[in-house]
Design a protein around this ligand. Structure first.
Ligand SMILES: [Zn+2]
Length: 157
């Protein structure tokens, strides 16, 4: 790599004032004898001055506090969502347990303990279909309620 190529690569850093004194001295000495590098250095310095003249964005004073509040609200909403999922899973398990228990009680009331072993498939299929539809309806209602609650939490945050 020639001296000219190496110095050309340093020009943007020189314009930004990021070179150490030795690099700065080498660059200035090269630019004094190289019209291309001198012109490029002037162009880079003009660009740097233009950036410095741009208005700086004003950072609101309470940005950190507002960001902290929004983060806390987001974490709270996430915790509420996880809690909703746990509650829905428990409700589903409870629903299936109640359905199965009711089936066992119904069979025993109708035919004693023996009826639990002698399963009539057609009757069981009707029971299974009925409880499944009931569980789906319950899950649908629970999902709608959870969605409404989540929408309400989003509105508040
Ligand atoms: Zn040069």
């Amino acid at each position: 790599m020639s001296d000219h190529e190496r110095i050309s690569g340093l020009l943007p850093l020189a314009a930004a004032g990021l070179l150490d004194p030795e690099e700065e001295r080498v660059l200035r000495r090269h630019a004094a004898g190289c019209a291309d590098c001198a012109a490029a250095l002037r162009a880079w310095q003009a660009i740097g001055a233009g950036f410095a003249a741009l208005p700086q964005p004003a950072v609101p004073r309470d940005l950190a506090a507002a960001t902290h509040r929004r983060l806390a609200a987001a974490l709270s909403a996430e915790a509420a969502r996880r809690w909703d999922e746990v509650v829905l899973a428990c409700l589903a398990l409870f629903g299936w347990t109640v359905g199965l228990s009711m089936w066992a009680v119904y069979r025993m009331v109708g035919g004693g303990y023996g009826a639990l072993v002698e399963v009539e498939w057609a009757e069981s299929l009707v029971w299974l279909t009925g409880t499944t539809v009931l569980a789906w309806l319950t899950a649908g209602v629970a999902a709608v309620l959870a969605a409404q609650r989540r929408k309400e939490l989003w509105r508040r945050s």
